[in-house]
Design a binder for this molecule. Sequence first.
Ligand SMILES: [Zn+2]
Length: 352
Amino acid sequence: MNALEHQLQYPFGDTLPPVGTTMEVAPGVRWLRMALPFALDHINLWLLRDHDDRGRDGWAIVDCGITNDATRAAWEQVFANELQGLPVLRVIVTHMHPDHIGLAHWLTERWNARLWISATDWNAARLASQATTGFGGASSAAFMASHGLTDPEAIEKIKGRTNYYASMVPQVPAKFRRLMAGDTLRIGGHDWQLHAGYGHAPEHISLHCPTLRVLISGDMVLPRISTNVSVIDIEPEANPLPLYLSSIERMRALPADTLVLPSHGKPFRGLHERIDQLQAHHDERFADVLAACAKEPQTAASLLPVLFRRPLDLHQTTFAMGESIAHLHALWLGGKLKRRADNDGVFRFVPA
Ligand SMILES: [Zn+2]
């Protein structure tokens, strides 16, 4: 949690739109929330007033929620009461994670609407919905073990979790329209500029509207929690943290008074302060990791109590392992640590 949250401003205070309803946060921009069955218990989605090239008025949806009956039911309520009788014209997805793309297949079919997403995330989502890549299974369990996760119960559970992604994303639309950094999307009466972000998802897209002074940040900038930046088994030597930090650094070019619409938490102002906070947070973690490694060789697992000073459930442990490896890799590939492969098959990190 963010101890410096008081540096941010929440223009809507503690007001939240109840599930199945929406709340206007800027002209033609409406906020809705869907429940999630995790410790992180909600996701924010957005409706933008839109107008298509056939002259129809309607809505663009940004992000979808996971596939389950409760999320479908909440969407049905929104369709019945919140769309002013207008159709959904397109479904924009910021990135491939289940809470964002889960129901894209149902929404695009129900409205005969196109999915708009980065090509990288569309491909990654298609693959993940058909395999177990990166979200569980034997390869993921072996990768966690090679980074020191020895608890047999946790390893068995990760091994057995072969349907994790597909359970929330059973299908991904077979066709899409490509979103790319630097492109401008005309949505309704406004231009939205697309920003690619790396390190959290393969090619995350945030949307910035200079005239409305609004940034749909997705998961790249969140007010309360830090964005998950993980190394996973399919790219075992990945170095995502520098990618993430340089991506948010580029967002500093946006105006300081931008209203940030994050995927989790509440809309806020204070983008530049939040970027400072996130960069300082990771600098502190880097210092903690270096100090621990200077005392004795460390594994990603042995660093969990250093990086996360709270009890973690299995879902959180797998994310935490990914993050711990990400911090180690930034220091290893940045020349500050050395990686040692020991006889027990576990990677340990020591000062370079
Ligand atoms: Zn995400």
